[in-house]
Design a protein around this ligand. Structure first.
Ligand code: GLC
Ligand code: CA
Length: 536
């Protein structure tokens, strides 16, 4: 059933920051409903909404306390049903976000576990003498419960205890959650940090280290995914798994063409090319050589296996791509278009994260009090405790914090960027006076118009949706190029990742320019130029 999404793009909504319908400063389901025509005009077929289920919001909804109910801060079940119906009428489908590696510590199951109920203690992972693992958000991955005399595992925040997928009852509970939302009419699912669910068998004897590194791609991972997909009956829906620190070999299987597991995966190797010595809380320009190596290995490897990929630069956990690998200054527009072209013409399904289609930039917060994200505030403290100066710690957060992606969607140049009639929960980026949907809407040269064209090209040209992919030599490290082929048709895509003119050597192509951001030639590329040339 891959055909359904080969020619489609997916739009990601971070609900808290998308559109507020009732003036309380928090985005909501009715806000999404009001923007469905906008999403329809962008041409996307699927809409992934981040979790809006009941939650104490320790990690903005990635800590679910009730999988079957809507958090009142986001609306009601009838708003949700209306949202699904209205999207359907416009030919779009929702993908809901299933956070199944962990629950909130306020979930009924965990409350019962803490009260010592053995049935529910077996829903989680309790140990007497656990290995010394670190959590993703800083600090240890095990928390001691004095009343039980045991530690529980939380790969993320202590308010996100990990579920025990080795317990068949847990797997049945989670299948039921999927069936529940499927029955409401959603068209697909995104599964949060899915490759962490199968914990190692010899957990107690494992060495100290990162919890995630110890748990990724565990012993029963494929079996558990297959069981979930089969029993919940979602094999013919669009599904994407978020895979933490995984490998190409694993992803070939997760997204294998038989459809026994998932439609596609997110992996993050390409978003670590600006991590100095592999560390997130550092500053380094992107290593373009490494970027090319990663994309060519994954694109060609997945293609040869017939497995499908999710293509993306941005999500609610990543800084804004134009600030990161592009240019916020003179070449803002060109670089945003180049980065868009690079992923949208590859083999896979492209994801557009809210505001990316406008060229939204990082937040540029100047004070730690502006940050809300648990990971950012934790790491600020950790950096300061380790002797990093305030200015340096703020510069690192300024480049790396997840809040960079979470500032409100910039709809207009007016009050709070048109996101809310009240006061936004997170500071709006002051550049909304320049960068906003309203002004880009009517401008044929805008980044928004360019994204619309890219989404349409994927529908119109089978070479984009179906073709093979091969990376080509451009004779220049700054210019990354690839070609797509289907029968006699060849599409050559060239992207200049630098702010200078760059010469290209050895690329032989004659044909019509399908899309580009200058009216240039492929022999000498202008700053952040991109060009897609169709032959045959
Ligand atoms: C995923 C989510 C992220 C969340 C984490 C824990 O990486 O995208 O936002 O904090 O999982 O659920
Ligand atoms: Ca609201």
């Amino acid at each position: 059933m891959q055909d359904k999404y080969k020619s489609s793009a997916v739009y990601q909504i971070y609900i808290k920051s998308f559109c507020d319908s009732n003036g309380d400063g928090i985005g909501d389901l009715n806000g999404i409903r009001s923007k469905l025509p906008y999403l329809h005009s962008l041409g996307v077929k699927y809409i992934w909404v981040t979790p809006f289920f009941c939650s104490p919001m320790a990690d903005n909804g990635y800590d679910v306390s009730d999988y079957r109910n809507v958090n009142p801060m986001f609306g009601t079940m009838s708003d949700c049903e209306a949202m699904i119906r209205e999207a359907d009428a416009l030919g779009m489908g929702f993908m809901f976000d299933m956070v199944f590696n962990h629950t909130s510590d306020e979930h009924e199951w965990f409350r019962k576990a803490l009260a010592g109920d053995p049935k529910y203690m077996d829903y989680y992972i309790f140990r007497d003498n656990p290995p010394e693992w670190s959590s993703v958000f800083g600090g240890p991955a095990w928390k001691f419960v004095p009343s039980l005399g045991k530690y529980y595992l939380h790969l993320f925040d202590p308010k996100q205890p990990d579920l025990n997928w080795d317990n068949p009852q847990v797997r049945e509970e989670l299948k039921d959650v999927v069936r529940f939302w499927k029955a409401k009419g959603v068209k697909g699912f995104r599964f949060d940090v899915l490759n962490l669910i199968s914990k190692p068998a010899n957990l107690d004897s494992l060495p100290a280290g990162s919890g995630v590194a110890s748990c990724k791609d565990g012993p029963h991972i494929h079996e558990y995914i297959q069981e979930l997909v089969r029993d919940a009956g979602i094999g013919d829906m669009i599904t994407v798994g978020e895979m933490s620190s995984t490998t190409l070999e694993q992803c070939k299987q997760y997204a294998n063409p038989s459809g026994s597991e998932l439609s596609m995966c997110f992996n993050f190797h390409h978003l670590k090319v600006d991590y100095k010595d592999g560390g997130k809380w550092t500053l380094m320009p992107p290593d373009l050589h490494e970027l090319r190596r990663i994309f060519s290995t994954w694109q060609e490897g997945m293609s040869q296996a017939g497995s499908w990929q999710a293509l993306f630069w941005c999500n609610h956990d990543q800084p804004r791509i134009v600030s990161r690998f592009g240019d916020e200054g003179e070449y803002w527009k060109q670089s945003a278009k180049m980065l868009a072209t690079f992923v949208h013409l590859m083999r896979g399904t492209p994801y557009i994260y809210q505001g990316e289609e406008l060229g939204m930039t990082n937040a540029h917060f100047t004070d730690i009090s502006q940050y809300q994200d648990v990971e950012s505030t934790n790491y600020y403290r950790i950096m300061r405790d380790n002797g990093v100066s305030e200015a340096d710690a703020l510069a690192i957060l300024g480049a790396k914090s997840r809040d960079n992606a979470r500032t409100p969607m910039q709809w207009t140049a007016g009050h709070e960027a048109g996101f809310t009639s009240g006061e936004s929960w997170l500071t709006v980026n002051p550049n909304h006076t320049e960068i906003n949907a309203e002004s880009e809407e009517s401008d044929p040269d805008s980044i928004l118009s360019y994204y619309r064209q890219l989404v349409q090209l994927r529908k119109d040209y089978p070479v984009i949706s179906e073709g093979d992919v091969r990376f080509i030599d451009t004779g220049n490290d700054k210019v990354i190029g690839y070609e797509r082929r289907l029968g006699e048709v060849r599409l050559v895509v060239l992207c200049n990742f630098s702010g200078n003119d760059e010469a290209v050597a050895g690329v032989d192509v004659k044909g019509k320019v399908l899309i580009g951001n200058y009216s240039g030639s492929h022999k000498m590329m202008k700053p952040y130029e991109t060009l897609a040339i169709l032959e045959g």
